[in-house]
Ligand binder design. Sequence first.
Ligand code: AMP
Ligand code: MG
Length: 432
Amino acid sequence: MSRTHVFAARPASDMMSVREVLDIVLSKVRCLDAEVVPLQEAGFRIAAEDVLAPAGFPPFPASIMDGYAVVAADGPGEYPVAGQVMAGHPADYVQQPGQVSYITTGAPMPEGADAVVRIEDTEPCGDRVRIKVAVTPGHDVREAGSDMAPGTLVVRAGSVLGPAELGLAATAGTGTVAVTRRPRVSVLSTGDELQPPGEPLGPGQIPDSNHVMLSAMVQRMGCDVRPRTAIAEDTELRLRQEVRASLEHSDLIITSGGISMGEADLLPKVLMDCGAEIHCERVLMKPGKPFTFSSWQAASSGRRCVVCSLPGNPASAMVTFLLFCVPALRHMLGHQPPTLPRIQVMLGSELVPDATRPEFHRFPWAGAHGAGIPSGCLGLGRWPARWPGRLPRGIHRFPAEQPPAQHAGRRRVGDGCARFPAVAGRFDGVRH
Ligand code: AMP
Ligand code: MG
């Protein structure tokens, strides 16, 4: 039976809402297992467990200044120098009252001294040193564990190990950290018309732009993208080969193309032939209506894989990637929460919302509007429908007007007059 018969124009009531589809996607995706890696390899990965400080910092009372370690009770005066204490070289003597020790920043306080007088408040005086100011015990001394007590929560499970978190974890005495395994992702382009980028084009052929676009976003999210083996032509045999191989090696497969109503849109059938269960295949949204989501489990090992099948149109592929694949991958990685934040943005261009399907538009930030509300005012209606958008940073969601009976007049949404919810986040899935 042809695809056209299977999916003969369905009414809107038959389509799932974006929210319903997202709930299904998240319910089928599991957080991946953890692996322990050296801190040096943990940059921008997701902590799988809370990181607690095994030790305090600093591990010993340390000088905050270059100067002289003193006994505070001695007060100002001229004193003999008992020795020098440099960072990394603790004193091998006990400092007596009436003595001072030269000390550098970060050096351990010599036993017997209880305060530091910075070098600017001292003066050499032959083989002695003049202490010019009175200080109280503890002055310019960083007590052991005062920056970070042992057991301090340094990084919460589910958060990104960014530069600050890595530095804190190292400071706390951590050498290795448990992170979520990188999702293995296959990106599969389908279509007889596609050629790898840069290849000469024959009649009717176009460059495959989705593969590099989607791979870059997936990589940026901290996933391993399986090297491309081929572009799958629109035959059941070729699609089956590529889907089978990808199922074996992936946690998530992202396909593009081949899921619409045309005679060459064979992917849903092929997915079913390969043992995948299709959970949704039409979404009430524009663009992105044909988005198809399926899951698969290996009979022998029980290993799971989910398949996000995006429409081939690059703009539709990008929108559905952000709405469904990004949360799926964030969920696999253990991000809390898996969905990107939603914010309000001011619309700066006119738009006639679709009567039935909520619309999703890509937009770059265009600075703040009024009381710090971001405004997304580029391109709406002007960009060619296929163009996925230059430097997109989020997508507006324009709800279809309700109830449908009111569509007769078709409201125009004008400059700066309305706020709309937007999914905030660059299209590489990184949160602001
Ligand atoms: P499809 O979803 O396969 O019907 O494709 C819809 C449109 O997107 C067609 O014009 C395709 O030529 C185009 N298209 C499909 N896949 C890609 C791709 N990987 N890169 C660029 N354009 C594509
Ligand atoms: Mg196609």
